[in-house]
Design a binder for this molecule. Structure first.
Ligand code: MRU
Length: 346
């Protein structure tokens, strides 16, 4: 674990989250103790990153048990409200469904169901930490992970509650002396790379270089990066992977120049029920995030905005997918089917 944690579970009380919209300038924790507040924090990306959204969803269900009573109808209603916040990251819905199962399996009293929901939220966070550590160990020996690597968006501890996914692999490879530098894209429009990944690289002591998203293609073409590695928000049964918008372009350019492109994600991000990338729901976000940042506007009013939060990288462009069970190689379908069938606890 790094020196900060993006989420704390406070059984019986609520959750505390590090408000990621304020980073890197301010480290402020918010106490959330209503389902509406959790939903707002997720929608506005105060908490974000697929695995952390899963843990936050589990925490939100425990809060629902306190706030609205742990009866089945109230929980199902809260589950629907929380799931509707962000559709692409499969971890969110999956952890909420697991929380419902944990509540159903508990004793009949409200107290027992509430205790089960808090227990599950704590388990979800502890499990994520173990998964991140295993994933990072498997990823550090990936071919091409040497010299300098390129990443996109933010995939460190801020995105998971543990050590992270792609950034944890990069950190392990750096500790092993395999890589010397990490290039990080700014990640327009919300700047997760500029604000969060550069902050985490600094905390980890890894030399980081920030670049505009638009410079990534020429950086890859120049031969200065030996691999591209990102996280994922949902990996379909055939290995197509949704991740932060711009990932597909990086993978396509990497393939054009013979640079390996990897995804790093826990098994909770694999969705065996979604056959291919075409069926992955893509979140579209509001107009206000493009043509300006915060209250600062630089585009004239009145034009349209195209603002998908994610895109899908076809499996054929992915050289390997690192998860807590090891490194998957193409063809991904059979390996994903076998691993997700075994992974009873998502
Ligand atoms: O919109 P965000 O910031 O939640 O998007 C996050 C990403 O796209 C990450 O790459 C992904 O969730 C993997 S996180 C370990």
């Amino acid at each position: 674990m790094s020196g900060y944690t993006p989420i704390c579970i406070l059984p019986g009380e609520g959750i505390e989250v590090l408000d990621q919209t304020l980073l890197p300038h301010e480290e402020r924790y918010l106490r959330l103790d209503t389902v509406a507040a959790v939903a707002e924090a997720i929608r506005s990306l105060r908490v974000r990153g697929a695995p952390l959204l899963g843990v936050t969803g589990a925490g939100g269900m425990a809060i629902a048990g306190e706030e609205q009573g742990a009866g089945p109808e109230a929980l199902v209603e809260a589950a629907a409200e929380l799931k509707a916040t962000r559709p692409t990251a499969v971890d969110l819905g999956a952890m909420i469904d697991e929380a419902l199962v944990a509540a159903e399996a508990a004793g009949p009293s409200e107290r027992e169901r509430q205790a089960a929901l808090w227990g599950f939220a704590e388990l979800a966070l502890a499990r994520q930490r173990e998964r991140d550590a295993a994933l990072a160990r498997h990823g550090r020996e990936l071919p091409g992970l040497e010299g300098a690597v390129l990443t996109h968006c933010n995939t460190g501890g801020l995105a998971t509650g543990g050590e992270g996914t792609a950034l944890a692999v990069i950190a392990e490879a750096w500790r092993a002396g395999r890589i010397e530098r990490c290039y990080a894209t700014e990640t327009r429009p919300l700047l997760q790379g500029a604000r969060l990944t550069m902050w985490e690289l600094g905390a980890l002591g890894i030399p980081g270089t920030l670049l505009p998203d638009t410079a990534a293609a020429s950086l890859i073409a120049s031969g200065q990066v030996s691999a591209v590695i990102t996280g994922a928000d949902r990996i379909a049964a055939n290995g197509d992977g949704a991740n932060k918008v711009g990932t597909y372009g990086l993978a396509a350019v990497a393939a054009r120049h013979g640079v390996p492109f990897y995804l790093a994600a826990p098994l909770s991000t694999f969705d065996a029920n979604t056959p291919s990338g075409e069926a992955i729901p893509i979140e579209f976000r509001g107009d206000g995030e493009v043509g300006g940042f915060g209250d600062d506007r630089w585009s004239p009013d009145g034009g349209g905005v195209y603002n998908p939060a994610f895109d899908v990288t076809p499996a054929e462009l992915i050289a390997g997918i690192v998860c807590e069970s090891g490194v998957l190689r193409p063809p991904y379908g059979p390996a994903i089917a076998a691993l997700t069938a075994q992974n009873v606890d998502r």
